[in-house]
Design a protein around this ligand. Structure first.
Ligand code: NAP
Length: 273
């Protein structure tokens, strides 16, 4: 695809609107469709039906879920760039549907918020077809493999890290907050601490990769008792302890299964079960 194409965007939510605007800024001729009446981003043309939008060379979908997207798709689409979030199996099923119907299929996930679309900060992971022509308008496209489910798998894995970090952050704010410490006072300590934690990940990754969990840094035993203390402290301060309790229980299972003297990386053996 060397020349500018016509592109349609299905979905004018927060993200879909940002995508349509970025495409206009890149010089594409952009058609938009949304279920309910919403203002079309500047420079775009509204389609009355999805079918009308499918006349474009490329169709970008950005709807809330695959369930709402699936009934809208037809074989009139030429190239489908799916940016609706879902599971790897949902992506693979859509790829199979596309193949059966002669539609080229790109499955992408957006590792950014709408305000970052069109900047280098917006990383778009994609799989299936290696066609990244349209994705370049949104940010930095990174192809992760031909298996159409891979982008969704990467997406959920990365979001899982984010949600765990957010959960840990909020638990920490509640814990120190129970003694009157404010988020404004405590947050700088957390950001510094997360930078230290990040430096530990490559070695942990190596341990997981090799399956060798010998450690002279910190054994699982000591971390299980630490998680017990964190949970007890939460109870003492009158907080919900769902998150530290869940981590404690998982780590303790690994300890019971013979990993007490091993590194924290050995917990992966429990997760894989
Ligand atoms: P949103 O603002 O809630 O917009 C949802 C869109 O889905 C709207 O266009 C909505 O149409 C449409 N929709 C909902 N139900 C529908 C139905 N039954 N039939 C047809 N259309 C329907 O959500 P968003 O933030 O734009 O997110 C869209 C996708 O981008 C999601 O898969 C999300 O995970 C992904 N994403 C979002 C972000 C983000 O920061 N926002 C970041 C990365 C990925 P109506 O306007 O008619 O309701």
């Amino acid at each position: 695809m060397g020349i500018k194409k016509t592109v349609s965007v299905l979905g004018l939510g927060r993200m879909g609107s940002a995508l349509a605007t970025a495409l206009v800024e890149e010089g594409f001729e952009v058609t938009v469709w949304n279920r309910t009446d919403k203002p079309a981003p500047v420079g775009t043309t509204k389609a009355a039906t999805p079918e009308e939008a499918f006349r474009s060379d490329v169709v970008v979908t950005c709807l809330s879920t695959y369930d709402v997207q699936k009934p809208l798709l037809t074989r009139d689409i030429k190239i489908l760039v799916n940016l609706t979030s879902g599971t790897p199996e949902e992506a693979r099923a859509t790829a199979r549907w596309a193949e059966d119907n002669g539609v080229e299929y790109v499955d992408g996930v957006i590792m950014a918020v709408p305000q970052q679309i069109g900047t280098a900060q917006a990383r778009i992971l994609f799989s299936g077809s290696e066609n990244h022509h349209v994705l370049r308008a949104f940010g930095e496209p990174v192809f992760v493999g031909e298996d159409a489910g891979l982008a969704a798998l990467y997406d959920l894995a990365l979001l899982g890290v984010m949600w765990s970090a957010f959960g840990g952050y909020l638990q920490a704010l509640a814990l120190v907050g129970s003694a009157g410490v404010t988020p404004r006072q405590f947050t700088p300590l957390i950001t510094d601490w997360l930078a230290v934690v990040t430096t530990l990940l490559p070695e942990m990754g190596e341990e997981v990769q090799s399956g060798s969990y010998e450690t002279d840094v910190s054994a699982l035993d000591i971390n299980v008792s630490g998680l017990r203390m964190l949970t007890d402290a939460g109870v003492e301060q009158g907080l919900d302890t769902t998150l530290p309790q869940a981590l404690h229980d998982l780590f303790e299972r690994a300890q019971r299964n013979g990993h007490g003297a091993h590194s924290i990386a050995s917990v992966i053996e429990e997760i894989r079960k």
